[in-house]
Each structure stands twice: as structure tokens, then as C-alpha cells.
Design a protein around this ligand. Structure first.
Ligand SMILES: [Zn+2]
Length: 375
């Protein structure tokens, strides 16, 4: 069972320890031992959200993020445990998993609803919340290098935060994700992910949620779109990579990226918070297996975005949407990355240079121990 200990940083931001062991939790509950002694400046005001009338989408304008920490040296890492020489964001001598409010937040700290009647020129506070999830106290690695028990605690932390953030005023979507690799803009090497709680349903999520609702209605509520797709992939097996009792991973039929995998629960669940303990246990195993395969495709780690799609907090869309992970990488060869050029960036029309079936075959075969798996 994961023990949850909430506390506050010196500027008022919330920080929460997630511990699998009673010993670690006892340390984090001793407030004098883990007090934040930094004299931090007061938190900045919430940035702006501007309405783009051309597309009907909101754009966050967060100029204050320009000054955020960028690839600091290891001895000044803000996600390492605090030492005498490095008063980091985590004021404890050690930790297992920690979540805290991002100091350089794109959304929040204010909360509330965006105006429903937005048009050209509408500006509103970029309400919401952005959190950082430190996966482990060790400075190097990523989710795939975590010990299974630590990965399991991260899943509990994601579930806890999804439930808590979903209950905040004005939140429409909670998004847990991990960016890995400087090639896709990672500014901190320490293994970590992020959680965004948006005051609107983000554009791609909205498109998917509408398609899911249309399928749900067309089947009189008997089947969700993802359930139908999962069944088709399991029946075909052509693009299947891992088939478990509670989760399956496959390359989607119309993959957009040269490396793209979807990890889907077999049961209809809206979000990570709805997963049972046996499902979370198997997710740990299956997800680590999947990331191991991704890392064996090439001689160096591939950059990726691991995006947890959860059902929007909308009464019409939510019943038709199912939790799933979309892992995407721009890597298309040992020494080549796909860049989003005219068709993709300007038109949103993806052209994939490889076939999903070939990628699935490569991932199915990427098993066993390679040189970099050895201690
Ligand atoms: Zn670090």
C-alpha cells in the first residue's frame, strides 16, 4: 500500500510524498526533518489563456516559463534530495516518489472556469495546475529503469493525483505524461514526469472524445470505440506486442509516428484512478516490459513522449472514453529523427515512413538481455 504524506514548500506550493515503506513515510511525516528552509520568492500570478477564434482552441501564454531551469549540472539538480550544498525542490534527505506543484507553471495557481462565450480577443486567467512527478531519488534514468516496486508507486501517485486534480474547480482534463530525451525538449535529466490539469479539453483529446462518443451512440452504448479497436487488434494479432490479462500493447493500425505504441486496459475504465490493485500490478509489469523493448530497438535510448489519455471531465464525453497510453517517438532509424514539417506541423496530416506491422514485428522481437541491460 502506498502511504501519502502531503506538505507545503516555503512559497506555499503543495508537495506530496508517496512511500511504499513505513520507514520512508515516517521520515516524511517528521516536519522538522523535512522543512523547506529556502527563502523562495512569492509565487507569480497566473498567466493568460488566449482564445484562438480561427480554431476555437485556447493557447496558454506563459512568458514567465522562459526563466525556468534548463539542464542544470547534477550537483544543482532541483529533483535530487536536498543536501547542504543543493537546497532542491524536495526538502528531504531521501524519497521514493514525490509530486509537487511546478514552480514554472503553464496553468494556475488560480482555479476556475474559462468563459464559455469566448471569441476573438478573449483573454482569461490560465487556470489549472501543473505538477512534477519525481520518479526516484536517483539522478539518472527514466520510467523504464525503475525497479518494479518503485514503478508501482508512481502508478499509485498518478492515480491519486488524477482523482484529486479532477475534483478541483474548473478542471476539464487531467494529463499524466513523461517526456524523455533532450531531443524532444526535456530540460531536466532527473527521471520525472508531469501532470497537467487543464481548464479546457485539449484539442486532440476533444477530437478523440467526439469520435468515441459517436461510436458509443452508434452502438446504443454497448461498446466504446477503444474496446472495439482492442478486440480487432487482439483478433488480428498482426500489430500486437504484449497481451496480458488486464492490458495489451499494440502498434495502432494508423500509427502517425515512426515509433508508436498504444497500451490499453481490457476493462472499460475512465482513468488511472479507476484501476484496481491487480490491474495496477500488471500495468507495472507490462509497461516496464514495453519500455525495455523500446530501449532495445537501437543502441542508444530513443526519445519519446508517453502520454496517458484519460476520459475528459465532461458528462457527455466521459462514458465513451477509455484510459490508454500513447507512446510516440520521432526516431525512425539509428541516426534519424522525424521532424514535423509542412504537412504534419501546418496541416496536421501525418505521413509515416514505415509500416505499423514492421514496427510491431521489431518490438515483438526486442526481447532478452542486451549489453546495456547488464549492471
Ligand atoms: Zn537529480
Amino acid at each position: 500500500m502506498t502511504l501519502v504524506t502531503p506538505t507545503r514548500l516555503s512559497d506555499g506550493r503543495e508537495l506530496i510524498y508517496f512511500d511504499a515503506t513505513a520507514q520512508a513515510a515516517a521520515l516524511h511525516r517528521d516536519h522538522s526533518a523535512v522543512a523547506d528552509t529556502r527563502d523562495l520568492p512569492a509565487r507569480g500570478a497566473t498567466g493568460d489563456a488566449r482564445f484562438d477564434a480561427l480554431t476555437g482552441e485556447w493557447v496558454a501564454v506563459a512568458a514567465h516559463r522562459q526563466s525556468r531551469t534548463h539542464l542544470p549540472p547534477a550537483d544543482q539538480c532541483p529533483l535530487c534530495p536536498t543536501t547542504a550544498g543543493n537546497l532542491s525542490e524536495i526538502p528531504a534527505p531521501d524519497y521514493e516518489v514525490v509530486v509537487f506543484e511546478n514552480r514554472f507553471s503553464s496553468f494556475g495557481p488560480s482555479l476556475g472556469a474559462l468563459p464559455a462565450d469566448a471569441g476573438w480577443g478573449t483573454t482569461a486567467p490560465a487556470h489549472g495546475r501543473c505538477e512534477v512527478v519525481a520518479f526516484d531519488s536517483a539522478h539518472e534514468g527514466s520510467f523504464g529503469s525503475l525497479a518494479p516496486e518503485r514503478a508501482r508507486t508512481v502508478i499509485d501517485a498518478w492515480a491519486h493525483r488524477t482523482e484529486a486534480l479532477s475534483a478541483l474547480d474548473g478542471i476539464r482534463q487531467v494529463f499524466c505524461f513523461e517526456n524523455r530525451g533532450a531531443d524532444i525538449g526535456v530540460t531536466l535529466l532527473h527521471p520525472h514526469g508531469q501532470i497537467y490539469a487543464y481548464p479546457f479539453i485539449p484539442p486532440r483529446s476533444a477530437v478523440m472524445a467526439r469520435a468515441a462518443r459517436a461510436h458509443f451512440d452508434a452502438t446504443d452504448g454497448r461498446e466504446t470505440l477503444l474496446a472495439g479497436m482492442l478486440k480487432a487488434e487482439r483478433d488480428s494479432g498482426e500489430r500486437m506486442i504484449i497481451e496480458g490479462k488486464h492490458f495489451s500493447a499494440f502498434v495502432p493500425f494508423a500509427a502517425r509516428w515512426p515509433l508508436e505504441v498504444h497500451l490499453v486496459p481490457h476493462r472499460q475504465v475512465a482513468d488511472l484512478a479507476a484501476l484496481t490493485d491487480p490491474e495496477r500490478d500488471e500495468l507495472t509489469t507490462v509497461y516496464l516490459d514495453l519500455l525495455g523493448r523500446v530501449d532495445r530497438l537501437y543502441s542508444t535510448p530513443s526519445p519519446y513522449i508517453a502520454a496517458w489519455h484519460q476520459a475528459p471531465l465532461d458528462p457527455l464525453l466521459r462514458p465513451a472514453s477509455r484510459l490508454h497510453l500513447q507512446l510516440t517517438s520521432p526516431r525512425r532509424a539509428e541516426d534519424k529523427l522525424k521532424f514535423l514539417a509542412g504537412s504534419e506541423a501546418a496541416m496536421g496530416a501525418f505521413i509515416n515512413d514505415t509500416t505499423p506491422e514492421l514496427v510491431a514485428d521489431n518490438l515483438r522481437n526486442a526481447v532478452g538481455t542486451t549489453a546495456k541491460d547488464l549492471p
